[in-house]
Design a protein around this ligand. Structure first.
Ligand code: GCO
Length: 491
């Protein structure tokens, strides 16, 4: 029998993020974000690269929509630049040029039959909020983020149905507030930071991220009336304003989750891998689906972890997200190591039978396609929620230095996609996972955070001098799939 899940539409697309592609950092009334500040500090990014110009998507989006169309792309994930809309972060001072930019973009995407999937926050916090109260470590961020989210729903909710609240807090909290390798570069106690998770800042960041997400979901559910401009339930809207209310939509947080495979089949290794998986993979999903941090994190951090009050817990659980938005790139093998606290395990990228996982260009990324299938099964069993893969992709070795024509023959990436996609479809087809979509990261080579332009994840090559775009072979391969799977089930 065909499982019911496979009858749901399956969305295929590709993804980007504002600071990584837009450029035009000082144009159109945009205010500075923490990534503008951070990337301009000496020594923080590869060769001092910044997102000042990036892919110049701000000026070239019409061209890029044409590019998407010729690839047959039907779903495009992008993020809003908070400071293009609200240069100082708070919602009082709306920047009309920023609104006009996204209005034009969303109208053109709609006209091109491309569904926009919009991330509210992909790491570019308004610098003003960082300066005022330290950004994610302060509780004021919850209200400011929710107000910004509400404003975005009001502005674009008539054309955007699919939303993401925060992109990967499990990345921006520790890297931004613990190791200091990402904006805002906080590392209050460097020695302790280098030793491990000892400072409180990353935990405060994570706590506020969960609360901010729930507040944004709550705002989303309340809806608003286009005719009277009031926030209200959709039902109340039609009664009280006789209004056109915003059509429904879906919303979720994106989470970066790798896979910890047991090194051997021994009970110890299996348990060690499960500890590691829950520690990292359940960090945010447990609060969202169960109302509390996973036991493994509580065991390790104890009092450093802010606890949710009963009211907060209720609020989080009363505002459930619509799907798990999974961002998956890599995995490794984990074995018990009783002398290695706190989780009493170690990891390796070589299997017990001697197979070395191939390394991508990024030092943290090892190609482990079967991990995706295992991970999807784990998420399905633990949360039973629909899943959309909102990022999956790879930096192919040597792309930053090879001649263009060689880069365009990106066999490494093409084979990565083939293998990962076949594992994703197997999970959906054979394991009963309610997988609803897949987005390749990324549509364009772009500003890869601290790695600047030295790592290329695009399915499209961008010449960072001329800014010309050229399809890589992986884009050509994906394009047959994009067109095919956009509206019906891929399984
Ligand atoms: C993410 C990052 C992307 C990165 C990609 C490759 O959401 O993980 O947002 O912006 O470019 O993951 O490292």
């Amino acid at each position: 029998a065909v499982p019911a899940a496979s009858k749901a539409p399956f969305f295929l697309g590709s993804a980007t993020a504002a600071y990584q592609v837009e450029g035009a950092a000082a144009e159109g009334g945009r205010g500075p974000s923490i990534w503008d500040t951070f990337s301009h500090l000496p020594g923080k990014t590869h060769e001092g690269d910044t997102g000042d110009r990036a892919d110049d998507f701000y000026h070239r989006w019409a061209n890029d929509i044409a590019l998407m169309r010729s690839l047959g792309l039907r779903n495009f994930r992008l993020s809003l630049s908070w400071t293009r809309l609200f240069p100082n972060g708070t919602v009082g001072d709306l920047n009309p040029e920023g609104v006009a930019f996204y209005d034009g973009l969303f109208d053109a995407l709609r006209a091109a039959c491309i569904e926009p999937w919009v991330t509210l926050y992909h790491w570019d916090l308004p610098q003003a909020l960082q300066d005022e109260y330290g950004g994610w470590v302060d509780e004021r961020i919850v209200e400011d983020f929710a107000a910004y989210a509400q404003a975005a729903f009001d502005l674009f909710g008539d054309r955007v149905k699919y939303w993401f609240t925060l992109n990967e807090p499990e990345t921006f909290c520790p890297l931004g507030y613990e190791t200091g390798t990402f904006a805002p570069g906080r590392c209050s106690d460097r020695t302790r930071c280098l030793e491990g998770n000892s400072s409180t800042e990353p935990h405060l960041c994570a706590y506020h991220a969960v609360l901010a997400h729930a507040a944004a979901v709550s705002a989303f559910r309340q809806g608003f009336c286009r005719s009277c401009g009031q926030a209200c339930s959709l039902e109340a809207c039609s009664l009280e304003c006789a209004g056109e209310s915003v059509p429904g939509g879906q919303i979720g947080m994106t989470n970066a989750i790798g896979w910890a495979a047991p090194y051997t089949g021994s009970a110890e290794d299996v348990a060690a891998a499960e500890r590691q998986q829950s520690f990292t993979g359940a960090w945010f999903l447990d609060p969202l689906y169960r109302g509390d941090w996973p036991a493994e994190r509580k065991a390790v951090y104890g009092d450093l972890l802010p606890s949710f009050t009963p009211e907060q817990r209720r609020f989080i659980l009363d505002n459930p997200q619509d799907f798990i938005a999974l961002q998956h790139y890599t995995g490794n093998y984990v074995y018990q190591n009783a002398t290695n606290p706190p989780l009493l395990l170690s990891s390796t990228t070589k299997s017990s039978d001697g197979y070395q996982l191939p390394q991508a260009d990024s030092p943290w990324l090892f190609v482990f396609p079967k991990a995706l299938r295992s991970l999807l099964g784990w998420l399905h069993r633990r949360y039973g929620a629909p899943i959309i893969i909102t990022e999956n992709g790879v930096s192919a070795p040597g792309e930053a230095s090879k001649p263009v024509l060689e880069v365009l023959c990106d066999q490494f990436r093409l084979s990565y996609f083939q293998q990962y996609i076949s594992n994703a479809t197997a999970a959906k087809r054979d394991d009963g996972v309610d997988l609803r979509g897949y987005f390749a990261w990324s549509l364009l080579d772009n500003f890869e955070w601290a790695d600047g332009y030295s790592k290329r994840f695009g399915i499209t090559y961008v010449d960072f001098d001329s800014l010309a775009r050229y399809y890589k072979a992986s884009a050509m391969w994906l394009s047959s799939w994009f067109g095919m799977g956009a509206v019906t089930s891929a399984a």
